[in-house]
Design a protein around this ligand. Structure first.
Ligand SMILES: *Cc1c(COP(=O)(O)O)cnc(C)c1O
Length: 438
């Protein structure tokens, strides 16, 4: 019996994330229940003619031609285990194609990289992941690239910095660390409006880092965004064992991305790709549902605690962009999916005191809490808690942190899958300790 030729598209996305393609150009799965992990850095070529054809066809997809088995040459160009993961990631984001990278930062750099030219300008939201901010302020300017940081919560602000050199609009929603939500459709529509007056060379492209939401909770391409990037290191790999990154977008960018990756490097290891396919994506819906359940309860608990000044969680009706979140954070079944990340600030008479209270809470947690781990990163089975101002976002100068909504006393929690009450009890003990010490 040969391979089953099924129409997998008629099945739900969570089901497709377990089974993948029924018939693969990359690999024959007819007898493997779990896809094989292939670890060959180079590939035997049957003839010089086939070798030459492989190089010719690499990153030169011909529009309208039926897909055929790729000629694999060398890992950095492409190989079956990562190719299979790319199909799953494209399915998860409901995008046409995906290209994987060795880390989220490699993916972000490559998404920008394919548009990189001397003197282009980028418009970015004022609050983004610390290393992306560092890429935008320490490295890109050396190539003559200018980055404008504005508040994209109001899309009209784009006009204040827009000019002929604008090439990219870049943001995260919800943003890391403070969970600001940006209206995907409004930004995409406004960009399309501006692009009506531009040609192919001067067109502006929108790039969204969807790491915080995950494709389970939000799929920006559906709202008209051009390119989505993810750190696979977080919820998508899911178990805290592998680093990776991905770009998901339209087919028109696939060749450019593959060529960029070939020459700049930064390929994902097939070992990691295998883990992310087999363990990560297949369990994504299950994990996020439980984490989100915990996040909702924890956000409500924090919101009702007298020592907490403010809770930022898109699922709370008091959240400033709650209505926008309800429109765009939607899971595969059509339910509101505000995600598994929570950010909050403690009370204090001044920034010094809030920071001190935050640190006191963290230090108590380090010593006494079983279900809260002080660590950067997110999207793991264990609940992780961290202090962005001194950790993930320390690349921002202190006065810039406050201007950009990264409070000196702000605390970020990435919910895990523990029993809800255990997490809340650990948080409550820590808050009570701070209250008693004040
Ligand atoms: C972690 C993270 C990144 C960077 O990903 P790495 O895999 O660590 O390189 C980028 N963006 C966001 C929002 C992140 O949380």
């Amino acid at each position: 019996m040969g391979l089953k030729k099924l129409n997998e598209k008629k099945y739900s996305i969570p089901t497709q994330l377990i089974y993948g393609k029924s018939l693969s150009e990359e690999w024959d799965f007819s007898h493997h229940v779990i896809q094989p992990m292939t670890l060959s850095t180079t590939f035997r070529l049957d003839s010089t003619k086939r070798g030459a054809q492989g190089f010719l066809e690499f990153a030169h997809h011909i529009e309208g031609e039926p897909a055929k088995a790729p000629i694999y040459i060398y890992d950095r160009l492409g190989e079956p285990t990562t190719d299979t993961l790319q199909d799953l990631l494209a399915t998860a984001e409901e995008g046409e194609i995906a290209v994987t990278f060795s880390s989220g930062m490699a993916a972000i750099h490559s998404a920008i990289g394919i548009f990189l030219e001397k003197d282009i300008e980028i418009i970015s939201h004022k609050t983004i992941y610390g290393c992306t901010y560092s890429l935008f302020t320490n490295w890109l300017p050396k190539f003559g690239v200018k980055v404008h940081f504005i508040d994209l919560k109001n899309e009209e602000n784009i006009y204040s910095v827009l000019n002929k050199k604008t090439k990219i609009i870049y943001f995260e929603t919800p943003s890391n660390p403070n969970l600001e939500v940006i209206d995907l459709k409004k930004i995409a529509d406004l960009t399309k409006e501006i692009n009506k007056k531009r040609n192919k060379e001067t067109k502006i492209y929108t790039i969204v880092d969807n790491t915080f939401a995950t494709p389970f909770c939000q799929r920006p391409l559906k709202f008209g965004i051009d390119i989505v990037v993810h750190s696979l290191t977080k919820h998508l790999s899911g178990f805290g064992t592998d680093m990776g990154g991905v770009i998901i977008t339209r087919k028109e960018f696939q060749d450019l991305l593959l060529l960029f990756r070939k020459d700049y490097g930064g390929v994902l290891s097939p070992r990691s790709a295998w883990h992310i396919s087999v363990f990560g994506l297949s369990t994504l819906p299950l994990r996020i549902k439980k984490m989100q359940e915990n996040a909702i309860k924890v956000a409500e608990f924090l919101n009702s605690h007298h020592l907490v000044e403010e809770v930022s969680y898109p699922g709370l009706p008091s959240f400033p962009q709650y209505e926008i979140a309800r429109k765009q954070m939607i899971d595969y079944d059509g339910n509101f999916a505000p995600g598994s990340m929570v950010y909050f600030k403690l009370k204090g008479k001044d920034p010094e005191e809030t920071k001190k209270n935050g640190q006191m809470m963290m230090d108590y947690i380090v010593e006494n809490a079983y279900t809260l781990t002080l660590a950067v990163s997110l999207g793991q089975l264990r609940t992780l808690i961290e202090h962005p101002a001194s950790m993930t976002h320390s690349a921002y100068p202190v006065d810039e942190q406050i201007k950009r909504g990264i409070d000196p006393g702000g605390i970020r929690i990435s919910l895990g899958i523990e029993s809800t009450n255990d997490i809340i009890n650990d948080l409550k003990s820590a808050l009570d300790y701070v209250a008693e010490s004040n």
